[in-house]
Ligand binder design. Sequence first.
Ligand SMILES: C[S@@+](CC[C@H](N)C(=O)[O-])C[C@H]1O[C@@H](n2cnc3c(N)ncnc32)[C@H](O)[C@@H]1O
Length: 265
Amino acid sequence: MNASGTPPHPGDGRDPDGAVRAWRGLASDAVLLDGFHAVKHALRFGAAVPVALTSDRAAVLALADDLAPDVRAALDALLVEVPADTLRALVPRLHPTAVAALGSRPSRAEGLAALSRVPRTRPVVVLDQPRNLGNAGAVIRLAAGFGITGVITTGTLDPWHPTVVRGGAGLHFATVVERVEDAGQLPPGPLYALDAEGEDIRGLTLPDDAILAFGSERTGLSAPVRERADQLVSLPMNPRVSSYNLATSVAMTLFHWSTGHGPAV
Ligand SMILES: C[S@@+](CC[C@H](N)C(=O)[O-])C[C@H]1O[C@@H](n2cnc3c(N)ncnc32)[C@H](O)[C@@H]1O
């Protein structure tokens, strides 16, 4: 109980032991938001964030004053200061901003329903068996920036892996992100598959309901995605260059789609 007679909230800045207990109880099912930008974006885009810890509350609130006054009050209410070694024991690769939080993962059923909903007014990006966690994070950041419907991965990479969330700066909560086993589970819609042998993107208009598929870093598009594709699309590239980086290819394609659209909302 605190002075006002109400039980302390784990995030009210006065109960570090309770906040650490809450963290331990939630960590296995929650999304790790590691660093100021990830926490900021999660709060800004409406994630449920039951606990947030820092080893320097004043520094994090000063960052919020500078960079994100819109989430300052939410951070002030949530942030609990704990000793640096306690925080490092809970978050081994702690971000230099010394703040981390746990977010509640959105419902998979609702995510898959949103990705499959038609008519669709903004594309879905498919990463076909991606391997690199940093690429997946960068693509989710692009998806949020361009305000597209969402990102689906096929294969084994978990698009909610902490390294992906860190690479995506917590912007998973600004779009829809789900994994499916294989190409047979992709949503309906015209499928444009990006491949260096395809038709030059500069002569094409990508429709708003497009499914835009990108191959894996090592082997490119899988056979099932090629078979399902309505159109193979290439990005202009010097023929002596083998390929672009995956996330870079998504950036160019979304930029091409966005030409003629207003800013993302
Ligand atoms: C690193 S590349 C894959 C390279 C792979 N060795 C291959 O054989 O395709 C990853 C993905 O980025 C996209 N990509 C890269 N360069 C591209 C280009 N010039 N045109 C269209 N898509 C490209 C494709 O979707 C590709 O599967």
